[in-house]
Design a protein around this ligand. Structure first.
Ligand code: GDD
Ligand code: MN
Length: 371
């Protein structure tokens, strides 16, 4: 037997399945794909962020006997969009699709999505809940639905093409097109399709194929308030042309909140309360730094969130980094002022800006290390 005969046929379609705590859905997912894609050479790539429920082990057990199945297990990382990106970049198949791993998307329309791409009718095929024949089904609560509709309207305002369901997590495109766009993607949060459409730099031809969003049977949704925040961040990033890193904007915003926290604590302790200015100012600084640390851990670095002992360790390093930043702030402002180059407002502003950049640069490498 020659080498090529031993290999399964080269997949025409790679189906990328982002997963977090979807262990009970893995085997049913494979069975559903197997049925839906009869006659089409395909492979499936589960991209799991080290789910505690053993999703990766489930996928690998199937992969051990079925060469069409693969699994990427990422450690110390979280993020639906980045999981999709890594899965897509790992395949050599000419067409790629992304589908949720919780069985809410209707895999039976995959052949029609592929056909729309192969015929050249579309550059991106979208499984859509908001076009004729599609439906939200029982998949979304009324509140989620409102958020989803509002988000779609906002997205369409930013998009060069009108898309009924721009928030869809179910879509397909040629791999070559994705590879071309990949370096420009923001790749944070949940909205990878929107990211693709916004990053293309030209209106992509889309075909929307209707389906009914199913209710989730096992596991639970990972969409939370933070995801909405990331959605705003994605739009802001694209609006600014990606010049200012999104993480820096979040960091600076959190810094602004920190200033407010500081003033409130100072006002309570010194303004209204009995404390002298000195101790009150120290306490306010400590409270504000701690608040900033926790907010950054939840928002700015939610994909690298520290927990347990590493949280405390990170907090201590953060104090040191911010302390040095504060000294530099006062020093630089003092120098500028002493030389009479600028007035106190500009000197103070320059010192503060330097501190934010310093705190950001150092804490993103020392406190929230990418692993
Ligand atoms: N690898 C990885 N990492 N996968 C993740 C992560 C993550 O951090 N977060 C979520 N997933 C996986 C889930 O396991 C699931 O397979 C899929 O991504 C979608 O996550 P859900 O938590 O089920 O999302 P949803 O059902 O609330 O949201 C769906 O509808 C939105 C629009 O209303 C998704 O299709 C979204 O993409 C879509 O925008
Ligand atoms: Mn879901």
């Amino acid at each position: 037997m020659s080498r090529s005969e031993a290999r399964p046929p080269l997949p025409r379609l790679a189906v990328v399945i982002p997963c977090y705590n979807e262990a009970p859905n893995v085997a049913p997912m494979v069975a559903k794909l197997d049925a839906a894609l009869a006659g089409i050479p395909w492979e499936a790539i589960f991209v799991d962020d080290d789910s505690p429920d053993g999703t990766a082990a489930k996928a690998k057990a199937i992969a051990a006997t079925d060469p069409r199945i693969r699994c990427i297990r990422r450690i110390g990382r979280r993020g639906l969009a980045s999981a999709c990106v890594e899965g897509i970049l790992s395949t050599a198949a000419p067409y790629v699709a992304v589908i949720d791993g919780d069985l809410q998307h209707d895999e039976t329309i995959l052949p029609r999505m592929l056909a729309a791409l192969e015929s050249g009718e579309a550059e991106v095929a979208i499984g859509s809940r908001n076009v004729d024949g599609g439906a939200m089904g029982e998949g979304l609560s009324p509140i989620r639905r409102m958020v989803s509709d509002g988000g779609a309207a906002l997205a369409n305002a930013a998009l060069p093409v009108k898309v009924g369901d721009p928030m869809s997590g179910f879509f397909a495109l040629p791999r070559a097109l994705f590879e071309e766009l990949a370096p420009r993607l923001t790749a944070t949060g949940f909205k990878i399709l929107l990211d693709i459409l916004l990053s293309a730099g030209r209106p992509l031809r889309v075909a929307e194929i209707p389906y009914t969003f199913r209710a989730r049977e096992a596991g639970e949704s990972k969409l939370d308030a933070g995801v909405l925040l990331e959605f705003g961040g994605l739009l802001a990033d694209k609006a600014l042309g990606g010049i200012v890193p999104l993480r820096f904007m979040a960091f600076a915003l959190v810094g602004g909140i920190g200033v407010l926290v500081h003033l409130v604590v100072l006002g309570l302790l010194h303004g209204l309360g009995p404390l002298e200015f000195g101790p009150a100012q120290w306490t306010a600084t400590l409270v504000a730094m701690t608040a900033n640390f926790l907010l950054n851990n939840r928002i700015t670095y939610r994909d690298r969130r520290l927990r347990g002992p590493r949280l405390l360790n990170g907090l201590l390093i953060f104090y040191v980094v911010c302390g040095i930043g504060a000294v530099a702030n006062v020093g630089i402002a003092g120098l500028l002022l002493r030389d009479g180059l600028v007035n106190w407002g500009i000197a103070g502003g320059a010192g503060a800006l330097l501190t934010v950049v310093w705190n950001y640069a150092v804490s993103s490498t020392l406190v929230w290390r990418a692993r």
